[in-house]
Design a protein around this ligand. Structure first.
Ligand code: FPP
Length: 238
């Protein structure tokens, strides 16, 4: 089971309290801790969190710096905890625009947890699905055959993913907006979408459990005709 989360609403959470937007991100980082724990406890195989999109570079310099500081602090403080829980950390997205100290921290966390066989925690940083797909297409253009499986391998390489990314089963977006914002567009082809109004700092284990319960009730047909109690396998069409 692959769950992806667009953690939206930090800024509005802070504004409502008369706080700077960075206070919302700080509070949001605490929610990350809680949801990662909850996901690992509930046996989720892969959890993808959208921490910084390629378009987020357009935010004020101070906010960008605060987000990267939070990411580093998270990785430094939570890597030992992930090790205890056999969680493998993988930061996905571009790496050519990251500061050297951010890159070092990412490589340290990934290296330290590389042997972990529990949940894979994928944190998307400087990520754009459209950019990843374009880069994969450019690589495909240099090859003689065009196979779906090869495209997925290229995607993984471009994203610095440790394995070919499994399709997303459930995508959750907090903060009340109903859009995908360039997150895992290929992988979400058949994702069940769950939009919740709560701002990310107010999201919690209970809300996460509710999303999983709702997912369990959905009938997934993958374009086929449903048979009660049976999830059809996806058709392989090249
Ligand atoms: C979107 O809310 C959120 C982000 C751009 C950053 C998400 C970052 C965190 C939750 C904390 C750091 C991450 C980790 C993995 C430790 P927004 O700022 O766009 O909110 P708004 O729509 O209310 O303005």
């Amino acid at each position: 089971m692959h769950v992806a989360i667009i953690m939206d609403g930090n800024g509005r959470w802070a504004s409502q309290r008369g706080l700077p937007r960075t206070a919302g991100h700080r509070e949001g980082a605490k929610t990350v801790d809680k949801v990662v724990e909850a996901a690992a406890r509930r046996g989720i195989d892969t959890l993808s969190l959208y921490a910084f999109s390629a378009d987020n570079w357009g935010r004020p310099r101070g906010e960008v710096a605060a987000l990267f500081a939070l990411l580093r602090r998270y990785l430094l403080s939570q890597t030992p905890r992930c090790l205890e829980r056999a969680i493998r950390i993988n930061v996905v997205g571009r790496r050519d625009r990251l500061a050297p100290e951010v890159l070092r921290t990412i490589e340290h966390s990934e290296g330290a947890t590389a042997h972990c066989s529990g949940m894979t925690l994928r944190i998307a940083v400087d990520y754009s699905a459209q950019h990843s797909m374009l880069q994969s297409c450019r690589r495909m253009a240099l090859e003689s055959s065009i196979e779906r499986s090869r495209f997925k391998e290229h995607l993984a390489e471009v994203d610095h993913a440790v394995t070919v990314t499994p399709d997303v089963d459930l995508l959750i977006r907090t903060g009340g907006e109903k859009r995908l914002s360039d997150f895992l567009l290929w992988e979400c082809a058949y994702a069940e979408l769950c939009f919740v109004d709560a701002f990310w700092p107010d999201y919690d284990e209970l809300a996460f459990a509710e999303a999983l319960d709702e997912f369990a009730k959905r009938e997934r047909r993958f374009g086929q005709i449903g048979t009660p109690g049976r999830v059809p396998a996806r058709v392989n069409h090249g």
